[in-house]
Design a protein around this ligand. Structure first.
Ligand SMILES: [Zn+2]
Length: 260
C-alpha cells in the first residue's frame, strides 16, 4: 500500500507522517488505517462491518460462517477479544473447527487483505447443498474476498476524505510545511535548475503557493528532484575537470634501473 503517511514522509522528507484523522498515531502505516481511533474511522468501520454481515445474509452464507467472520472481524479494532469462542452450531463441526484454526493462523488482518481459509468454501458448498441451492461456492468465496478487501478500501477512502479536506488541521499543518519548502526553492532561484526544467518557475511564488496541496506537493517534488539531479551532475563535472587538471603523482611514476 503506497501513499500512507510513512511512505509520503520518506518520499519528500517534508511531510508530516502522523495520521490525518487522529493525533494518537505519530507514524501512520497501513495497519493503522482500519484501526484509527478517530470518530469518523469508528463510524465508518461500524457501518462497513454491519454491511458485511448483511451481505453474508443475502448470499445465504452458512450461519456458523457468518457468526465467526462477523465476530472475528471485530478483533481488527479490538485485538483483546481474541479468536472468538464460537457458540454457533455446525453440521460439520470438524470442518468448522479446521476453518477457524486456519483462519486464526492467517489472522484478522488477513481478512482485510483477502486471506481467507479455503475451508470456508468447502463448508459453504456443503451448506448450499443442504439447503438445495444451486449457487456456486467458488463464486461465493470469490465475492467474500472482494467484500472483505472493500472494507479496507472504504477505511482508506475515509482517511483520504479527511486528509484532503481543507478544513482539517492535518491539511493545514501539511500545507504549511510544503509552503516552507516552496519558499526555500524560490529563494534559491534558478541556480542549479537545468534549462529544460526552468518552466517550473514561470509562475510567481504566490501563484504556486495558492495552488492546492496536491499541486504544491507535485511542484515541490519536481523542483527538488531536478535541483538535486543537476547538482550531482555538476559535482561530477567539477570532479572530472579537477582530475584532468591535477598534475600526475610523481610517486606513481615507474623508475627503471634501480635494482637493490
Ligand atoms: Zn488515526
Amino acid at each position: 500500500m503506497t501513499g500512507v503517511g510513512k511512505f509520503l514522509a520518506i518520499w519528500n522528507r517534508l511531510a508530516k507522517s502522523s495520521c490525518p484523522r487522529c493525533s494518537s498515531c505519530p507514524v501512520e502505516d497501513h495497519l493503522h488505517v482500519p484501526r484509527c481511533s478517530a470518530p469518523t474511522a469508528a463510524a465508518e468501520w461500524s457501518k462497513r462491518h454491519l454491511a458485511f454481515r448483511t451481505w453474508m445474509q443475502t448470499q445465504q452464507t452458512a450461519p456458523e460462517i457468518e457468526a465467526f467472520l462477523f465476530d472475528y472481524l471485530k478483533t481488527v479494532r479490538q485485538p483483546s477479544l481474541g479468536v472468538p469462542t464460537v457458540r454457533a452450531w455446525s453440521r460439520h463441526p470438524h470442518l468448522f473447527r479446521s476453518a477457524i484454526s486456519s483462519q486464526a493462523t492467517l489472522g484478522a488482518q488477513g481478512l482485510l487483505e483477502g486471506l481467507v481459509s479455503p475451508n470456508w468454501r468447502h463448508l459453504q458448498a456443503l451448506h448450499f447443498s443442504y439447503i438445495g441451492s444451486k449457487k456456486s461456492a467458488n463464486l461465493w468465496a470469490s465475492r467474500l474476498i472482494q467484500q472483505l478487501i472493500r472494507i479496507g478500501h472504504y477505511m482508506w477512502k475515509d482517511r483520504n476524505r479527511l486528509a484532503h479536506s481543507e478544513d482539517s488541521s492535518w491539511y493545514t499543518a501539511r500545507k504549511r510545511e510544503i509552503d516552507i519548502g516552496i519558499r526555500e526553492q524560490f529563494a534559491m532561484g534558478l541556480m542549479d535548475i537545468p534549462p529544460h526544467s526552468q518552466y517550473l518557475f514561470r509562475d510567481s511564488r504566490d501563484t504556486v503557493l495558492n495552488k492546492s496541496l496536491k499541486d504544491c506537493q507535485h511542484w515541490l517534488r519536481l523542483v527538488s528532484r531536478e535541483r538535486a539531479i543537476n547538482r550531482r551532475s555538476l559535482a561530477r563535472q567539477r570532479q572530472m575537470i579537477f582530475d584532468l587538471a591535477r598534475p600526475a603523482n610523481p610517486t606513481s611514476t615507474r623508475t627503471t634501473g634501480a635494482s637493490p
